[in-house]
Design a protein around this ligand. Sequence first.
Ligand code: A3P
Length: 282
Amino acid sequence: EKSKETALSHLFFTYQGIPYPVTMCTSETFQALDAFEARSDDIVLASYPKCGSNWILHIVSELIFSISKKKYECPEFPVLECGDPEKYQRMKQFPSPRILTTHLHYDKLPQSILKNKVKILVLFRNPKDTAVSFFHFHNDVPDIPSYASWDEFFRQFIKGQVSWGSYFDFAVNWNKHIDDENVKFILYEDLKENLAVGIKQMAEFFGFSLMDEQIQTISAQSTFQAMREKSEETHGAIGPFLFRKGEVGDWKTLFSETQNQEMDGKFKECLAGTSLGEKLKY
Ligand code: A3P
């Protein structure tokens, strides 16, 4: 039986105003990250948690495999800001291109990423499905603490008192860079609607030239079903929890009408009239 917590605030530590899970991040690692040396051919994949980061990591790894015929392997935990502080020293040995996934705000990325104009693919998902996915992740995975109820999680999510902070702050921060030349936004919902088109756009953005047939092969390997089937092989015991349902609109299973309105209001307050607000069709 998992312990039920009302709020998991004691499991966070705050660094530069944002709560991070103590089990995954440390201030020593954040300090070491400041000195991280990015290369201009690094690939950054940025997203708020549960927007589908493992999905695009898989796709971009397959794109690299297609053009280089070398399997993309990263011996480190892929999230840039997680791990021990020596990780960045070890990463100096990795061959290019390195894929760096992150849940950080644009402003909190190491300076060298910004200075080198590293290409950044930013993945967004509508906040309602993101919240529901995040809740299930906490409450379904046996080894991480769970919330007392969906209502409790919803309250904390709206306040931004969850791991990596507020979805809305993340969105407002990244929205400022939506037109930057080295930044490309993609949506979970668009990938669901047409995966091949999304993969083609990613390949073009990174300057990988692939034939349609290769794009089709990657699409077939990147569907939810295909990835879920292999999830234990690729991600170990946590695999099936990372590939839980993979649908658009699952928020309807948990949101009350009041919560629906509250989140619409919050979204409007933060992003109405912005490019990202329009893109997410709010
Ligand atoms: P659900 O919990 O709604 O199923 P992350 O990788 O950032 O932790 O995001 C996890 C979410 O992305 C999960 O959402 C997961 O099912 C979904 N996802 C992962 N791979 C997917 C795929 N190939 N197609 C659709 N959704 C996928």
